[in-house]
Design a protein around this ligand. Structure first.
Ligand code: G6P
Ligand code: MG
Length: 216
């Protein structure tokens, strides 16, 4: 029986995955480094500092820890300027309806995002009250594909991972959900998310019915 649905944020609840892409691209261009959407796929679900390492991997020079901290801060500042303008209209298609039916059915809802900006974004979306648990990425020692953050959210909800579904748009995220012993719903294409138990092209295709069938 379905006890809880645990969502990723960026690219699932709202299209901030695009803002992360734009902010990293801006930084890479300033540094004269190549950056494209293919490379960006590897950044999805990955923490800020780990993402920076991937952005810098083609660099001929090396950066000190202080320089890396400054670059990460610069990327986050430009990202924060973009997310300031988020409104409830930026919920991805079908998400409001799904969150409402989960609430009606008494199915718990949690967030498992690696983003330190997640609470601010949920506020901007007017979505905070739908989430009974928001796992703090600061308390997860290991990032996705490690299952830790999904397990943390399940624990906060008092749910058995075997009765949970995770929803993700990133390859590392699908791996994390499966390693947590949960059923994985992927939003995107088979090229990245082939390991998902259920693959949907867009959040518009999500429904409580499909989630319940996945558990049956
Ligand atoms: C999510 C996104 C990543 C982002 C990470 C950290 O996992 O998919 O693209 O790098 O969160 O986000 P933050 O807002 O803390 O930099
Ligand atoms: Mg994501």
């Amino acid at each position: 029986k379905l006890e809880a649905v645990i969502f990723d944020l960026d690219g699932v609840i709202t299209d901030t995955a695009e803002y992360h892409y734009l902010a990293w691209k801006e930084l890479a261009e300033e540094l004269g480094l190549p950056f494209d959407r293919a490379k960006n796929e590897r950044l999805k679900g990955v923490s800020r500092m780990e993402s920076l390492e991937i952005v810098l991997e083609d660099s001929e020079r090396s950066y000190t820890a202080e320089e890396k901290a400054e670059l990460a801060k610069r990327k986050n500042a430009s990202y924060k300027r973009m997310i300031e303008h988020i409104t409830p209209a930026d919920l991805l298609p079908g998400i409001r309806e799904l969150l409402m039916s989960l609430q009606e059915q008494g199915i718990a809802v949690g967030l498992a995002s690696a983003s330190h900006n997640a609470p601010f974004i949920l506020e901007r979306l007017g979505a905070s009250s739908w989430f009974q648990a928001v796992a703090d990425p600061g308390s997860a020692r290991k990032g996705k594909p490690d299952p830790e953050i999904f397990l943390l959210a399940a624990e906060m909800l008092g749910a058995d991972p075997a009765n949970c579904i995770g929803v993700e748009d990133a390859e590392a995220g699908i791996a994390a959900i499966r390693a947590a012993g949960m059923k994985a719903v992927g939003i995107g294409s088979a090229a990245q998310l082939g390991a998902a138990d259920l693959l949907l092209a867009s959040t518009a295709e999500l429904s409580l019915d499909k989630l319940q069938q996945l558990m049956a």
